[in-house]
Every structure is written in structure tokens, then in C-alpha cells.
Design a protein around this ligand. Structure first.
Ligand SMILES: *[C@@H]1O[C@H](CO)[C@@H](O)[C@H](O)[C@H]1NC(C)=O
Length: 200
């Protein structure tokens, strides 16, 4: 009985503290929601997707399909939106001169460290750049893990910049207008191979 009285007295004495705690709680959850929306923005915002690739690591199946798609190819390779660098390192292991372009600084640093750790540091390069501003004309092979909203603009960029005979390996989404010369895998692991020939 006494306890009950004490508690109610307590509650009456410190309404402002409860209010503050409440505010802090709202602040924290609001902050968490904001953090979540920032993390999710690249996955949910269609407008954003046109310019910036989300980081979704390639699956084993996807890497395997790319390796098969590139069988018999050599020379230089560029991974557009190279993420953690796994495609670039896989290509370097198969004797491509392999480069990655990635906007996210931390992923670029991670990729460089991973390359050093795996003894491939002298076979690869990673550039922290906007892929839309990166000149593709020097590459024999290009790998792109695209998002649907981006593929039409990418196709235009390939048409303008790819050197004669360049092979473009598109993963997850095909190019909208061009016909692939080969297709591997199925569903989300599908890989489409295109050859870009410059008109003479
Ligand atoms: C890309 O580089 C090539 C060769 O240096 C050049 O001819 C071409 O104009 C460049 N394209 C763009 C879009 O900068």
C-alpha cells in the first residue's frame, strides 16, 4: 500500500523526466528509421536507381555464369559498379587486366585491400568514380550488374563508347534493345552477352 503511494507520488513528481525519456526514445527510433531509409534508398527509389547502383554482392552462381560467359576471352575487363571487387579479382585470376569502377569509397578501399591480400594487387585497379563519367573505350570486356531503370541509358553509353568487338556481359537485367549473342543461367542469375561492333 505504501509502495503504491510512493510510486504514484514518484510519477507525479517527475513528469518531465518521463517526458524527456519519451522524447529521447522518439529521437532514437526516429534516427533508426532515418538510417534505415538511407540504407534502403538505393533499393526502393526508382529515381535514384537511374544514377547509382545498389551494392548487392554477386552470388556464386552469378560469378560462375560470368566466368563461363567470358570463356575464351582475354585482354582488359571493366566491372561497372564493382562493389566489393569480387568480379574484378575473379577476372584477374583468369589473366584479364581487370579494373573496377565504384562510387562507394569504402567498397573501393575494401576491394584494393582484398586484392593485396590475395596477391592480385598488381593485376587490378579500382577507381572511385561515377560510372556515367567513366570512358569505356579502352576495354575488351565489360561486366555490369545493372538495375532495370538503368539499362536503356547504359545501352546508349555502350553504343557510343565501346570499342569494336567489345563484349558486354550484363547480369540481373538485359539491355532493352540489343539482342544477346549468348545467354547463361536463369532467373536472377541470368547473364546476357552482347557484342558491340562499330560500323565501319
Ligand atoms: C573516350 O576515349 C576515347 C579515346 O581516348 C575518345 O576518342 C572518346 O571521345 C572518349 N569518349 C568520351 C565520351 O569521353
Amino acid at each position: 500500500m505504501d509502495e503504491g503511494v510512493d510510486l504514484s507520488a514518484n510519477n507525479n513528481q517527475k513528469p518531465s523526466k518521463v517526458g524527456l525519456a519519451g522524447k529521447i526514445l522518439v529521437g532514437l527510433t526516429g534516427g533508426a528509421a532515418l538510417g534505415l531509409s538511407v540504407v534502403c534508398a538505393s533499393f526502393v527509389s526508382p529515381a535514384f536507381r537511374k544514377f547509382c547502383l545498389p551494392y548487392i554482392p554477386a552470388t556464386k552462381n552469378q560469378v560462375d555464369n560470368i566466368v563461363v560467359a567470358l570463356a575464351g576471352r582475354g585482354g582488359s575487363l571493366l566491372d561497372l559498379g564493382s562493389g566489393d571487387g569480387r568480379i574484378v579479382l575473379e577476372a584477374a585470376r583468369r589473366d584479364f587486366v581487370a579494373h573496377g569502377v565504384e562510387l562507394n569509397l569504402w567498397l573501393v578501399l575494401y576491394s584494393k585491400l582484398d586484392a593485396l591480400r590475395k596477391g592480385l594487387g598488381n593485376k587490378v585497379d579500382f577507381y572511385r568514380r561515377d560510372l556515367w563519367k567513366f570512358n569505356l573505350s579502352g576495354y575488351d570486356n565489360i561486366v555490369i550488374f545493372g538495375v532495370e531503370q538503368m539499362m536503356a541509358d547504359l545501352e546508349k553509353k555502350f553504343d557510343l563508347e565501346c570499342k569494336n568487338g567489345c563484349n558486354v556481359v550484363a547480369c540481373r537485367f538485359p539491355l532493352p534493345n540489343k539482342t544477346p549473342v549468348r545467354t547463361y543461367g536463369c532467373g536472377i542469375d541470368t547473364v546476357w552477352v552482347y557484342v558491340f561492333n562499330k560500323p565501319p
